[in-house]
Design a protein around this ligand. Structure first.
Ligand SMILES: [Zn+2]
Length: 298
């Protein structure tokens, strides 16, 4: 196993509120978002405060939804001023494969410009709502001026996750070269016994015991030298509204272990504190994608 201190952990936070999740969409269409209780400000601040308690402090990438950035620009400024990377989670959290090309381009452009106007710096990264990515969408993301995407989740048992073709693509560490100017940073999964197991965070991080999750992360780091983890601010918020109408599997998915997730995240970071916690853009500067025929290395 590679020594842990050589490894990079890329924490990524999809900054959206509890009522914007695809899983709750039947009860909370975008037309009712403006009347919901927003909790994203305090939940994001809690995460920022947690990251600052570690030495050296944790640097993460925050994929911010345009809808949130427009209403709460101070949240975006706070993320930036604490040294993290601001990236885009699109504007209205629509599934990309359900949008025509013109609508998708608008969504990609608008969210990028919104965030750039707030931060005064270039927004390089993009994450699709619900990992709804495909080869066509990747090309449009690139056309909108992003230099990397982090939307590919290779777990194939989840109906909403998209697919991209990576056969023959050059790789280095966790990165996949889509073309020389555009890189994919896929969500980390665990490949074991011929299976792809969802190990990148979110609901699976809330579901699995931390001891087991830790073993999987160690395995991924030993293979790639990098681990890409994702979480949402609402996942650390057990006090969020719980409408009676949300029941069954949707409720289970959304509310599972919310009361444990903040402590669990703190403990996960502690267990890997000899790793470097860096942003996606910082990570991309550390890797070299070798010319064809060369061996990939970090
Ligand atoms: Zn999202």
């Amino acid at each position: 196993m590679a020594p842990e201190k050589q490894n990079n952990i890329l924490i990524t936070i999809d900054v959206e509120d509890w009522f914007q999740v695809e899983n709750l969409r039947p009860w909370f269409p975008p037309s009712v978002w403006d009347t919901q209780e927003t909790r994203v400000q305090r939940n994001t601040t809690r995460l920022l405060d947690l990251f600052d308690t570690f030495r050296p402090s944790i640097k993460a990438t925050f994929f911010v939804l345009g809808w949130i950035a427009q209403r709460f620009p101070d949240v975006v400024r706070e993320i930036q001023s604490r040294g993290h990377e601001v990236a885009s989670h699109g504007n209205l959290h629509q599934l990309n494969n359900h949008m025509d090309e013109a609508t998708l381009r608008q969504d990609l452009d608008k969210s990028k410009k919104l965030l750039e106007d707030i931060t005064g710096t270039q927004v390089r990264g993009y994450r699709a709502p619900n990992f709804s990515i495909n080869d066509r969408v990747l090309q449009l993301i690139k056309k909108s001026g992003y230099t990397y995407d982090s939307s590919y989740n290779s777990f194939d048992k989840h109906g909403r996750y998209g697919r991209i073709s990576t056969n023959g693509s050059r790789k280095a560490g966790a990165a996949i070269e889509i073309d020389p100017q555009f890189i994919e940073l896929p969500i980390s999964n665990l490949f074991l016994f011929g299976q792809t197991l969802p190990w990148g965070g979110g609901g699976y991080f809330r579901l699995l015991p931390l001891s087991l999750f830790t073993l999987g992360v160690r395995n991924i780091l030993a293979t790639n030298g990098a681990y890409i983890f994702y979480l949402h601010p609402w996942e650390i918020d057990p006090e969020q509204p719980r409408p009676d109408a949300v029941k069954g599997v949707n409720a289970w998915r959304h509310y599972l272990n919310l009361e444990k997730t903040f402590d669990r995240l703190a403990e996960l970071i502690t267990r890997f504190k000899t790793c470097k916690f860096i942003t996606c853009s910082q990570y991309l500067k550390t890797i070299t994608i070798e010319p064809p025929k060369g061996n990939s290395k970090t």
